[in-house]
Design a protein. Structure first.
Length: 297
């Protein structure tokens, strides 16, 4: 169990804001922090990593104290068992791929695990190249591999896939899920992408103006009405046309366009571009608009 209770004064584009977040991370799970820009998501990651210190707070990892401002205790960054993947990769430009990974090794440690990671991440053909010669997806695979070199207890992912095209994003999502389970990691992901949140997360925390407003399973947090024992799919509404008594909807789910005909009256409340959840209930599709943070802020 990882327990966090932190308070930090922040300056945002909208003025001063107090980050006040208390939560627990379940071991072996992927927890996503979701919220608008400036809500404090990245700040939480940097505090967990020890790169930033809050005014007050505590962080306890399996009874080990990483932070206790009341008793003036702070575990140094290098002693925290974390791996951090930044949005901008943060690779050393003057080093090759393999040297970027070796740099993360503990002093005197052999590089056998580095070579294992290179194989897992399919970096064999790239290991002697420098970051400037790599694509965005290749750089992100290197960054993820480097974050795993020390076998961290906690993997922190700060919107690592936001700059990638949909196909590469989906591929790396699968890779992250595979690595998360293979290495039995506890992972904290920051993401703006609802489809990514649904695909990746065991638990979601919605952050607004520095405070956690809701948390739970993705389908509970984002759907207006919780549904149980049903198949649910997340997609984007492309068109919504009323024909007689029925609504004819076209919804983009993954790479496929699904056409749905329903008589649901509430479809007048959704429009093209909305992200929706499709619930198949007793073979009858029900389409509900997802709660959208950008519309509420």
């Amino acid at each position: 169990m990882i327990e966090i209770n932190i308070q930090k004064k922040l300056q945002t584009a909208h003025g001063a804001m107090n980050l006040n977040a208390a939560f627990e991370l379940q071991e072996g799970k992927i927890t996503t922090i979701y919220g608008s820009s400036g809500a404090g998501k990245t700040t939480i990651l940097t505090i967990l990593a020890g790169l930033l210190t809050p005014e007050t707070g505590t962080i306890k990892v399996n009874n080990e104290i990483w932070l206790d401002t009341f008793n003036k205790k702070k575990l140094p960054i290098q002693k925290r068992s974390i791996g951090f993947v930044f949005q901008n990769y943060a690779l050393f430009p003057n080093m090759t791929v393999i040297d970027n990974l070796r740099y993360a090794l503990r002093k005197g440690e052999e590089d056998a695990f580095v070579r294992e990671l290179i194989t897992i991440m399919e970096l064999e053909q790239l290991q002697n190249r420098k970051p400037e010669t790599l694509s965005g997806g290749q750089k992100q695979r290197v960054a993820l591999a480097r974050a795993l070199v020390r076998r961290p207890k906690l993997l922190l992912l700060d919107e690592p896939l936001s700059a990638l095209d949909p196909q590469m994003r989906s591929k790396l999502q699968d890779l992250i899920l595979e690595v998360h389970h293979s290495f039995q990691l506890t992972t904290v992901l920051v993401s703006h992408d609802l489809a990514e949140v649904f695909k990746m997360s065991n638990w979601v925390m919605e952050l607004e103006n520095g405070k956690i407003t809701r948390q739970g399973k993705p389908e509970t947090v984002f759907a207006e009405h919780e549904a149980t024992d049903h198949v649910q799919l997340v997609g984007k509404l492309l068109s919504n046309a009323r024909k007689g008594k029925n609504n004819h909807l076209e919804i983009l789910i993954g790479k496929n366009v699904v056409k749905i005909v329903t008589s649901q009256q509430e479809h007048s409340l959704i429009s093209a571009g909305d992200e929706v959840v499709v619930v198949f209930q007793a073979l009858q599709p029900v389409v509900r608009k997802l709660v959208n943070l950008k519309e509420r802020n």
